[in-house]
Design a protein around this ligand. Sequence first.
Ligand SMILES: [Zn+2]
Length: 434
Amino acid sequence: MSLLDGISSEDFIKALTKAPYVNCPVCGAKNTAGTCVIARRSFSRRCFKCGENSSGGSLPDLDKKIIYLDQCALGFMLRALIYKEGETKEKEDQVPVIENFLKAFEKIDILNKKQLLICPKSDFHFKETSIMSEERAKALTHVNTLLSSTNSFFEASRIITRQTFSHFSAWLQGETFEFNDDKKEATSSTVDDWNMWINVVVNHKLSEEYVESLQTEKEDNHKELGGLFAKWQKENGKSYDEFRTLELSNFGLLMTTLPSMQSYSLPDVSSMIELLFRSVMYPDYLHQISRSFFGICEKYGVSEDKRAEKIHEYFLSEEILQVPFFQISSALTALVAHRASQNEDMKVDGNNIIDILFMSLFLPYTDAVLMETKWHRDLLTLPLTYKAKVFSFSNMPDFFTYLNDIESSASQEIIDKAKNVYGDLKPYYTVHKL
Ligand SMILES: [Zn+2]
């Protein structure tokens, strides 16, 4: 017996296709040919009467906006969907917040279906989601997959090394560095493709050991950050600028000393930037990065006895701030250090690690970020350069205006084609219940 026993070929083709159903150009039947396969720049239809495929025509090029939704924004959207389905009640004062997130979800989902924007997944979403309850993780993954159409940001190590090594090479040669903020420097090459009409979500259960290791990693990072906090809280009197210089300089020193150390043995954490690296890379990878710095020195003719000195000089130079990752991460880590130094009672917030990482990595390449309010003001006041417009719970009306502008400035040809391919473009309110 096969899985398809008892299923008529008509029903089978209906399951493989979706509305809108148009007249079949092969057999002439009315409203029987539905969207079947969507390729990068074309699509096909299949008729459930005659079973034949026909071309749906070509599709125009796309240039989607990239929006990063932090874990908190995604969590609120899920909460809003559950509320909308009447599965939970919310406290009265929470209702306006939830309604804002429902509206954000609706607008983003529709603009994603119109092929005007995309919200790629990240490793941070994955890590944060994996340690939740299975049911919640599944629901959140479905929302995340819908809005990302399975596209992702590159892993952190890839983004950081790409920026750093090209900049360090230019610096050694005295050349000007031009940072390329194109989205494809940091996201899947498929971000500007027409979305598949169906997203396959693999709900493979993560092994208990793996989930435990993620939990332990988070706790270890939290503990190490606690150690740094205790140190900062004894350094009352240091200025923000001093902390920023120390953050970069200590990390630079680590880069110069690692190759002479035994693999896998690391000294105590000396900067938060180091902790950011440790939380996204295997310990040995930090050694590899360090060896790469020495390798680049060798390539550009720095004599062996001068290489460590040169690398440290680089981390003390003004120019290192041209590397977006170091510019943003050093500013934000120094801010945390400075605040800790001024407030003995300040509590360690383990989420700072992931927050600073996603801002340092994605703000330069994304068009907009929707995130928690707590960092919003800091991002506005710090002298940082990045492409993204920043939105948080504190300026949701501005976010809606931003989304409306994307829609009103879009090409009508693309919107018409999207309707042609995907049918009625309605929000997918029940995605979390799959
Ligand atoms: Zn037909």
